[in-house]
Design a binder for this molecule. Sequence first.
Ligand SMILES: CC(C)(COP(=O)(O)OP(=O)(O)OC[C@H]1O[C@@H](n2cnc3c(N)ncnc32)[C@H](O)[C@@H]1OP(=O)(O)O)[C@@H](O)C(=O)NCCC(=O)NCCS
Length: 171
Amino acid sequence: MRIRPETPTDRPAALAVTEAAFASRASGGRTVEAVLLERLWESPAYLPALSLVAEDDDGAICGYVITTRAHIGQVPSLGLGPIGVLPERQGQGIGRLLLEESIARATALDEPCLVLLGSPLIYGRFGFVRADERGVLPPEPAWGADFMVRALTGAPLPTGNFRYAPPFDAL
Ligand SMILES: CC(C)(COP(=O)(O)OP(=O)(O)OC[C@H]1O[C@@H](n2cnc3c(N)ncnc32)[C@H](O)[C@@H]1OP(=O)(O)O)[C@@H](O)C(=O)NCCC(=O)NCCS
């Protein structure tokens, strides 16, 4: 298994992985997450270095994660997600590899933090903590404990209202 940045030729596979990973939450038709991906790829918020595929030894793409430019107040920040792994490959450590590589690459880029919406049961294992208690406020107050931040440096976190990349607003 290899984690590497996505290239444009990986996009059909990244979409297929995302569709499959989120299909059980969709009410028929395409998943919101796959539509979002297409918009993020076309957005100025797209960061090629933080768009990662998990590639099997035989070259098959079985996981995908995207992290895009976001803001906390006026300070540039990062929003992680969607992240997805093929249903038949879940629970085998692939999501962990994608998350760890996202954290390592964002840290190397000197980014202050990563922000995401997800289950504390999963992301708490990777150093994510409830964001509003650190002064990073969710776009939707109801997100509560599911809205999380992961500091990447020793510096104090930026604080204020978090804004995802504009394509998230159109969901
Ligand atoms: C969430 C997802 C990306 C995780 O990928 P994965 O390859 O299945 O996860 P891993 O096997 O690498 O597990 C990573 C860690 O999270 C934990 N974990 C994974 N799914 C979990 C769940 N549903 N509940 C609790 N813990 C979970 C694992 O136990 C593991 O921790 P450990 O290594 O300390 O045991 C994947 O399951 C998926 O695509 N789900 C459907 C789409 C989705 O929900 N995406 C995330 C939306 S926020």
